[in-house]
Ligand binder design. Sequence first.
Ligand code: FDP
Length: 339
Amino acid sequence: MDHIADAQRTDLMTITRFVLNEQSKHPESRGDFTILLNHIVLGCKFVCSSVNKAGLAKLIGLAGETNVQGEEQKKLDVLSNEVFIKALISSGRTSILVSEEDEEATFVEASLRGKYCVVFDPLDGSSNIDCGVSIGTIFGIYMVKDVNEPTLEDVLQSGKNMLAAGYCMYGSSCTFVLTTGKGVNGFTLDPSLGEFILTHPDIKIPKKGKIYSVNEGNAMNWDGPTASYVERCKFPKDGSSPKSLRYIGSMVADVHRTLLYGGIFLYPADKKSPNGKLRVLYEVFPMSFLMEQAGGQAFTGKQRALDLIPKKLHERSPIFLGSYDDVEEIKALYAAEAK
Ligand code: FDP
């Protein structure tokens, strides 16, 4: 019998225990981050359960957009947004919230204010909901400068100032991936316990990967470096095997696979969308932070992604992220073009 493996199986490292362990290394800490994270985790569990029931709910409500009680059914992304906003405000640890669903930032009223700002996409990849493809929640956390006077500048900061970031993927299992700037750890929801358990400690992305991930339907509008890079993936010049193409079209799922298996995920600029599609604050930054913490890189086509300073809440940026060597290759192509 393998006693060590058995001990690990019965000694469950829940996400709360993991974060409390980290907190105990900082004697000055008052547990605010742990409380905030617990509220984010609660939101994720709610969305996970709603996503799992979505197909069924749709069947029950076949006659239209109403359920059996005759109530109008809220779309999942709207519902998820409401759940996160309420959970984050009630944590008493936030000052400003920026959600993909809301045009304006939410400023928390003074009596409930705390020192953190949270930027998030409550349900990313939502065009995939109806066909059962994995979707997810993405979030990033900043510290407010002055709790008495939060301003938009607290969230319009460079990505390298993020304190923590992560995502929760609602897929064949529900997986929560987190960085607090000291590596990346993955937790899987045990539905029978209702707890996220550490299943992927200290995730490191392979230095080079065998997969590229991009919407090739946009190829006719790509710029030179992106087009040459994808051509090289298919027809390598160094005698190596071509890369495989995998594109789900749901950022959390594509990035999760890239993190675990290696390779590169691209959402480049093109002639129709000169800034790409993905949003800086709650897609590009959190995923770039995770990639760097796992040993990979994230690049915009011009600079390190985390060096960007967004001017607007819902600003977009091209993004190339993944294995260190693969991103290095695309950086070289953009550098050569700039000469
Ligand atoms: P969606 O439109 O389904 O919400 O930013 C949103 C996003 O999905 C990402 O999750 C995904 O990576 C990307 O858009 C897919 O875009 P394309 O359909 O243009 O490939």
